[in-house]
Write a protein that binds this ligand. Structure first.
Ligand SMILES: NC(=O)c1ccc[n+]([C@@H]2O[C@H](COP(=O)([O-])OP(=O)(O)OC[C@H]3O[C@@H](n4cnc5c(N)ncnc54)[C@H](O)[C@@H]3O)[C@@H](O)[C@H]2O)c1
Length: 260
């Protein structure tokens, strides 16, 4: 028995990186998948990959910062597959810099996709879930939203806001059978990270330095994050709401060793 049979799932940012991994695995677990992303070409590619695996998917090309586009994409999904019963708010953009080196435009862009985008997609999907009195929403947060992360002011703020939004939504919608949880990964071996590492002066040393920070001795894989999303989205997590699942190889519980 597949774990997401009969589930109709919208995944934002599903056309690349971790989102692509989520889309492929959710489809393999039996879900019909709406591949929601701003990149039409990448959406089409992921839909084709899912269909080639024998799964069901449609492309939902839309900009998560535009409410009319978000509502339109969710309506298209509902017309095609029926009312969504899972939403994965995965889309995100990164920006580096402390506050005094972050422009207002950059701050707005990062909040706009990571946090406001999750709010807009949730608002578009919730009427269907309220009608069905069932649903599961899983947010892609980050350990940077839980801890002080150097030079990541806008991104950390957005992810911290997402954790607060998760708690607020969990309380508001629990009486209606709708669960809302978040996942906070540490550094994940994604195409974005690989490209960044490759561009450094000593890529091997940069990669070793990343791995060394993690108590488990390495950064995480896309599959390791996706597994936790499958659990939280599925009925196996029927008593889990308002939770934040940390997937960081022990990073956030590590105390610095005293220097002798
Ligand atoms: N890679 C990591 O190490 C890591 C760690 C913790 C959390 N995360 C989070 O995981 C999520 C995915 O990260 P990733 O590394 O796969 O990034 P990625 O850049 O590979 O994928 C992000 C996707 O979001 C889409 N997107 C961006 N803006 C959009 C918009 N306005 N409307 C619709 N789609 C939009 C992009 O087109 C892209 O396909 C992000 O929320 C990120 O913050 C990543």
């Amino acid at each position: 028995m597949r774990r997401l049979e009969q589930k109709r799932t919208i995944i934002t940012g599903a056309a690349h990186g971790i989102g692509r991994g989520l889309a492929l695995r959710f489809a393999q677990e039996g879900a019909a998948v709406g591949v929601f992303d701003i990149s039409a070409a990448n959406c089409a590619q992921v839909v084709a990959e899912i269909v080639a695996l024998g799964g069901q998917a449609i492309s939902l090309e839309a900009d998560l910062t535009q409410p009319a586009q978000v509502n339109g994409a969710v309506s298209r999904f509902a017309e095609h597959f029926g009312p969504p019963n899972i939403l994965v708010n995965n889309a995100g953009v990164m920006a580096n810099g402390p506050v005094h080196l972050t422009s207002a435009e950059t701050f707005d862009r990062v909040i706009g996709v990571n946090l406001r985008g999750a709010f807009l997609a949730s608002a578009a999907v919730l009427p269907y879930m309220l009608e069905a009195r069932a649903g599961s929403i899983v947010q892609m947060a980050s350990v940077t939203g839980m801890m002080g992360a150097q030079g990541m002011a806008a991104y950390s703020t957005a992810k911290g806001g997402l954790l607060a939004l998760t708690r607020a939504m969990a309380i508001d919608y629990a009486p209606y059978g709708i669960r809302v949880n978040s996942v906070s990964p540490g550094t994940i071996d994604s195409p974005m990270l690989q490209a960044w590492v490759a561009a450094q002066s000593d890529p091997h040393q940069t990669r070793r330095a990343f791995d060394a920070v993690y108590p488990i001795g390495r950064i995480g894989t896309i599959d390791e994050v996706v597994s936790v999303f499958v659990f939280l989205a599925s009925d196996e997590a029927s008593f889990v709401t308002g939770a934040n699942y940390v997937v960081d190889g022990g990073l956030s519980v590590k105390a610095d060793q005293p220097q002798d």
